[in-house]
Design a protein around this ligand. Structure first.
Ligand code: SF4
Length: 67
């Protein structure tokens, strides 16, 4: 089973919650002068802490799919 991560980086407000609860797969970065997060990997074997990251996101811009 593969887990896919979709991140709407435009919608990301750079709050850091995902990187805080799931540093295994989420890092903060700078995009055009704005703080954003980004996933290290968008396809994983295990969901790991990514569902927690999605649940922690205040603007729901992280989606976790099985596929
Ligand atoms: S929790 Fe959501 S809004 Fe906050 S940095 Fe992560 S993806 Fe962006």
């Amino acid at each position: 089973m593969t887990v896919k991560i979709k991140h709407d980086q435009k919608g990301c407000i750079g709050c850091g919650a995902c990187a805080s609860v799931c540093p295994d797969n989420w890092v903060m970065t700078e995009v055009k002068g704005q703080t954003k997060s980004k996933p290290k990997k968008t396809e994983l074997k295990d969901v790991g802490c990514n569902q927690e990251a999605a649940d922690a996101c205040p603007v729901s811009c992280i989606k976790v799919f099985e596929g």
